[in-house]
Each structure stands twice: as structure tokens, then as C-alpha cells.
Design a protein around this ligand. Sequence first.
Ligand SMILES: Nc1nc2c(ncn2[C@@H]2O[C@H](COP(=O)(O)OP(=O)(O)OP(=O)(O)O)[C@@H](O)[C@H]2O)c(=O)[nH]1
Ligand SMILES: [Mg+2]
Length: 224
Amino acid sequence: MIIPALNEAGNIGKVMREVRAIAQVEVIVVDNNSTDSTAEEAEQAGAKVVIESRRGYGYACAAGVAAAQDAEVLVFMDGDYSFSPADLPLLLSPVLNDQADIVLGSRERGIIAPGAMPPHQRFGNWLVSRLMNLLYGISITDLGPYRAIRRQLLSELDMQEMTYGWPTEMIVKSARRGARIVEVPVSYQSRRYGHSKVSGTVRGTVLATWFILGVTFRYAWRIR
Ligand SMILES: Nc1nc2c(ncn2[C@@H]2O[C@H](COP(=O)(O)OP(=O)(O)OP(=O)(O)O)[C@@H](O)[C@H]2O)c(=O)[nH]1
Ligand SMILES: [Mg+2]
């Protein structure tokens, strides 16, 4: 499991302990120059901590992939304790049962705690999901960052988006390759501690919207 984490002290230890209680999986926390004790907290709770100095969600995820050398299946999860480690078996089973190549955790199909997702984020996810369904012939309800993917598929995708576009690129390129994309319901709650870096800030929202829409359209019209 790969957890990109930027200033998630207070959350990351709790996330780690819950993952440990659910499954014996290797957990790689990628610290992007946090200014708090994220790295120490993750290490103490048993994570392998990788440092990526280039700022960006995609850079952090890519560094995690590089560090997870032996894993055949990779799971990505946020480090702010907004997703539930208890949903991990649900995410993994379609891949392990050879029914999917990539499994997306859908908050829309699951339970969203009151106030956990700001209305603009919920609307944006709805809109982009539908756009992707139309442009790529898939059937998804959310852009869930909590997801599982076969390593083989991920390496074939040749990921280029190293910031906000990473999760979108993974979906649209998987769709273009005809990979089996399956959604499972996951629960979502507000972060416990710390500050939002994406949807809870104006800068994060504007940049995420720009990259998500840009990547969604770019690959729809690119020649194979
Ligand atoms: N390594 C790394 N992690 C990041 C970066 N930006 C965000 N993250 C992590 O990515 C996850 C998602 O970021 P959040 O700040 O929770 O974004 P959000 O879910 O839209 O916002 P909230 O509603 O506050 O939870 C968290 O685990 C962050 O720590 C980054 O630049 N580098
Ligand atoms: Mg969050």
C-alpha cells in the first residue's frame, strides 16, 4: 500500500495501525517534505518511509511505486484518515479474483459522512466521472483516489502526470487500453487533523480542476 502524505501527523499513525490490524501488507508512506512529524510517526507505526523532495501528489505516488519493488498489486490511499483501511479487502478482491485490473473505491456508491466532501468537490467528481464515461466508454461514479491496480498495468500506462493529474491519468489510460475497471463502495469521512491540500483550499481546487479536466480531454483525442 502506498500512502502519499504531506503534513499528516496525527493522522498517519492512526491510519497505519488500522491497516496493520486489517492485513499484513507492506505500507510505504511517501513524505513530500512535511514540516511536521509525519515521517517519524509513520516509521514508528511500521511504515517504510520514502522521501520525495519534488512536490506533487503524482511524484509522491510514483516514488511509492518505485519503492514497492516486489508488489504485484498496488493500493493507493490518502494519509489523512478520511478513507477506511477496513475497506481494503473490498478493493483487493476483484483484482485477486482476476475480475479486474484496476479497482476504484467509489465514495458515491459508499457512505460519505456529513460534511466530509464539500459540494464543489462532489459536483466536480460527478461531472468528470460522467465526462469520462462518455469519452472513454466506461461506467464510474467517482474519481476515487483509494484504489488498487495491477503493477503490470500501471507500468504499461507510462504515467506522466506528476501532480494533480495522476489519478485521472491512471483511469483514462486504463480505459484506453481496455483494462477491466471495477468500482467498489468505500466510506469517506472528514480528515481528523491537519489542513487540506487539495479540495479544501482555493488553490488546490483550481489546480485540481484544471489538471483533471485537461487530462480527461487530452487522452480522449490523442492518437493511440
Ligand atoms: N506526498 C504528497 N502528498 C500529498 C500532496 N498533496 C496532498 N497529498 C496527500 O494526498 C492526500 C490527499 O490530500 P488532501 O489534503 O487530503 O486533499 P483532500 O482530500 O482534497 O482534502 P481534505 O478534504 O482536507 O481531506 C493526503 O494524504 C495528503 O497528505 C503532495 O504534494 N505530496
Ligand atoms: Mg483528504
